[in-house]
Ligand binder design. Structure first.
Ligand SMILES: Cc1ncc(CN)c(N)n1
Length: 223
């Protein structure tokens, strides 16, 4: 069995609960309050600024030109594709790009990005990938699940664009490339190293769930 399939099984329960989270379900059936979506978009924008840096660190840790170029492409797609979606959403609500960028990350958001940046800066290329992969892979799974279970959701005036982007073949092929890369790299790793990668994968899968919960519940600094 491929290493990614082993990981997929390990996070099955976490991802299942993520798919059932009211924020995710609310995008599918259109019931999600707009204020929750605006909170998500702002928090996610500053999340993506740090997340982009992981791809930059991926180019530094890459061991060949092809991998370097692929990480550079992911960096470009995040800054100019994924984040552009957020900028367009924000404009609809009269939120400027500067206001988006100035969003103060919540403690949960900060904990998540600091965890990944710490792994990316201090760990191996394999650790970096295993920490960031749930972000891409779980979003792709959510996009596909929503498009399949809620076929009309693609037409939703607000959430439709989000679902279209994350269920798209383009997004899926970027996630797929990262999955294949981890599978190849994992072949040469010891049990102990694989255990560490699994730990990162599980941790950031849990962080993903917590991120949805944070933007739904509105968790912020107490003072
Ligand atoms: C919190 C989070 N995780 C993942 C993704 C998908 N890149 C995202 N936009 N935001």
């Amino acid at each position: 069995m491929k290493y990614s399939q082993i990981l997929y099984k390990k996070v099955n329960e976490i991802w299942k609960q993520t798919h059932q989270h009211p924020f995710v379900v609310g995008m599918g059936n259109g019931d999600l309050p707009v204020e929750s979506f605006i909170r998500y978009m702002k928090q996610d924008y500053v999340f993506l600024i740090d997340y982009s840096k992981l791809f930059a660190l991926g180019t530094i840790k890459a061991r060949d030109l092809e991998t370097m170029a692929a990480f550079a492409k992911l960096l470009h797609e995040t800054l100019h594709g994924e984040m552009e979606l957020h900028r367009q959403y924000a404009a609809r609500f009269g939120i400027t790009n500067q206001q988006l960028e100035d969003t103060r990350p919540t403690p949960m958001n900060l904990a998540y990005t600091r965890y990944m940046l710490n792994v990316a800066q201090n760990g191996s290329l394999e650790e970096l990938i295993s920490a960031l992969l749930p972000c891409m892979w779980s979003y792709w799974e959510i996009g596909k699940m929503l498009a399949e279970n809620y076929p009309n959701s693609i037409e939703h005036p607000l959430y439709g664009e989000w679902i279209k982007m994350y269920s798209s073949d383009e997004f899926g092929s970027l996630a797929g490339w990262l999955i294949d890369l981890l599978d190849n790299l994992a072949e040469e790793k010891s049990e102990r190293e694989l255990q560490m990668l699994e730990e990162h994968f599980l941790t950031t899968s849990r962080f993903e769930y917590m991120f949805w919960d944070m933007v739904y519940q509105g968790g912020d600094w107490p003072v």
